[in-house]
Design a binder for this molecule. Structure first.
Ligand SMILES: [Fe+2]
Ligand SMILES: [Fe+2]
Length: 347
């Protein structure tokens, strides 16, 4: 069992030498010194996250208001449930990240977690903006609470929610790793059937504003995945007792459960009823993602025969790259965010 000490707050006797800095159980001063980082990947991460800044309300949803009424019943159902699911996930992310940060003793990594928490709050707000703009107030309320009123959705959220709750009551290294794995699964697997559903709508020429919101969110989620992968890889070096073969097998089982759950969910909301998508496409893509997430942590592949991105799903990553200047299927202008010159300070 690896004990876990909560990071000190005001700590004048903390260790200023980067050589002694540790991901967990270090003696941090909490000083944000940008020129004195132990984990040098943080510099690139921080710049990327800052450059990704965006404002949900700057995306026009007028076309979506019309398109929403013209969606097929299956598409509307999937749109509502996917949105409900994503709103809940981003909300619990906002709430849980400070719990992780309380036990991370590398201040540069805590900076990243703080930015991530801000971005998760922004994502929740972007979903609110979508609901307020596109749906009636009754539809809005119905969608907001499906995360607990729909039994399938509740069961799905419980997997992540219970793991996050476990860390609140068990402060040790293994539970920290499990909450970090849950975070990694949420960011790297759970979001993706939702993203692919929205991108498929985009491919069909529907709901362009919602698709653009999701592209910016997806771009942020990629950096979150990068952050948690980096944190887990650092822990592998610093705390090898958290990565015994038996524990790695447990983490791989969590990834497998996440994959299976994602496929069950895909079959519930997408099935074979959505134009442009089939369950075979969804299944192959999620197996591929599971492999990608597992190999990125050095855990090896989970599903043989699914090591490459399926050719039928190449369009997902084209949409997911929100910085693409021009594509055949999307608006012919750069989607990189126009910096804040347009903002007016009215204080
Ligand atoms: Fe998010
Ligand atoms: Fe995220």
């Amino acid at each position: 069992m690896t004990d876990l000490k909560r990071k000190p707050l005001f700590n004048e006797h903390g260790d200023c030498d980067v050589i002694n800095r540790r991901m967990i159980n270090g003696n941090t001063t909490n000083l944000n010194d940008f020129n004195n980082m132990k984990y040098t990947w943080v510099s690139d991460w921080y710049r990327q996250a800052m450059n990704n800044f965006w404002i949900p309300e700057e995306i026009n949803l007028n076309q979506d208001v019309k398109d929403y009424r013209r969606l097929s019943q299956a598409e509307k159902n999937a749109y509502d449930k996917t949105l409900s699911f994503l709103i809940f996930l981003d909300s619990i992310q906002t709430a849980n990240l400070p719990n992780v940060g309380d036990y991370i003793t590398a201040n540069e990594v805590n900076l990243c977690l703080t930015i991530q928490a801000f971005q998760e709050a922004l994502h929740s707000q972007s979903y609110s903006y979508m609901l307020d703009s596109i749906c009636s107030s009754q539809e809005r309320n119905d969608i907001l609470y499906q995360w607990k009123n729909d039994a399938r959705l509740l069961e799905r959220n419980k997997f992540i929610g219970d793991l996050y709750n476990d860390f609140i009551t068990h402060h040790d290294g293994i539970h920290l790793m499990k909450t970090m794995m849950a975070n990694y699964i949420l960011e790297g697997i759970y979001f993706y059937s939702g993203f692919m559903f929205f991108y498929n709508l985009g491919r069909m020429g529907k709901m362009p504003g919602s698709v653009q919101e999701i592209r910016y969110i997806n771009r942020d989620e990629n950096t979150h995945l990068w952050l948690f992968r980096s944190m887990i890889l650092e822990l592998q070096k610093e705390e090898p007792q958290l990565f015994t073969p038996a524990l790695v097998e447990e983490y791989k089982d969590m990834l497998r459960y996440g994959v299976e759950e994602e496929i069950r969910w895909g079959s519930y909301v997408i099935g074979n009823d959505i134009e442009g998508l089939t369950m075979q496409m969804v299944r192959e893509y999620i197996y591929y993602l599971g492999n990608l997430r597992s190999t990125s942590l050095g855990f090896g592949t989970l599903y043989e025969g699914y090591e490459k991105e399926p050719a039928s799903m190449e369009w997902v990553s084209m949409y997911a790259n929100a910085n693409l200047i021009k594509t055949d299927f999307f608006e012919a202008r750069s989607s990189a965010y126009a910096k804040s010159s347009a903002l007016v300070d009215d204080l």
